[in-house]
Design a protein around this ligand. Sequence first.
Ligand SMILES: [Zn+2]
Length: 286
Amino acid sequence: MFESKTVELTINRQKIKVHGFSTGAVKVKTKFLEASKKGLFAQLDIILNRAFTEWLPVWVWVIEHPEGIYVIDAGITNNTTNPTYFKALGFFSNWVNTTLFKFKVSRQEEIDKQLESINISTNSIKALILTHLHIDHILGIKHFSKAEILVNRMEWNKPSGDVPKLYPQWFQPVLSDLDEKYGTFNNARYLTKAKDLVLIHTPGHTHGHCSVLLNTDQGNILFAGDICYYQQQLFNDKYAGANISAGEIKDTYKRVLAFAAQSKLIFLPSHDKEAAMRLEALSPLV
Ligand SMILES: [Zn+2]
């Protein structure tokens, strides 16, 4: 439903490739995508809201970098289309996941199969980096039992709701402390020796939410997770209904826009249907 895209770029004139794959599609309540009220009222609004959005992508990004292959987020799996799958989470989470969201994903759309289509095995990657621990970003980890998986320590220490019940038993990620500054961001960590791939704390959607920045000769690419759901929200002061902190997300928007004012930034949220097209066209945030 959402076409995969690949772009060839360079880092210090060395060729790299970046791919965007959508692992199926998701629908959320329209007030989840964009709130018209604040705080608890926004949450109540989501519950009372009857309208769903159109199908949205669940992007997973793959970077073929000189230091190895990095995968950003693991996407959803087709278990989510099984009506009893979320029952293990207990009454409330089952209700949330079966009432507030709709999932559409075939086995072929899961991330391991999409990697196979470009001759990459999940066992051969350098690291899987998770922006945050929500189901639509982590269910595909089941295909990465032999890979190094990176998570912000703050996100791991404060997971949201019942999500840990869905972790595979072997799941024990490497926890990152984000104690360096990068551009307009106060908490970051370099992921490559070349310092061109950076994990950046962009809180608000969850307290430990991170984005990943790739610095190429053609500009910076920010794999933005769930900072917002489509790029224009940043400019219109529009916020998702599901943010955990209004203050944090406001500050994150400000830092992203300040960064983009200083250098070319291609901004790619996980559920933005235009994100992979912007990657291909290298369209900056304007
Ligand atoms: Zn998400």
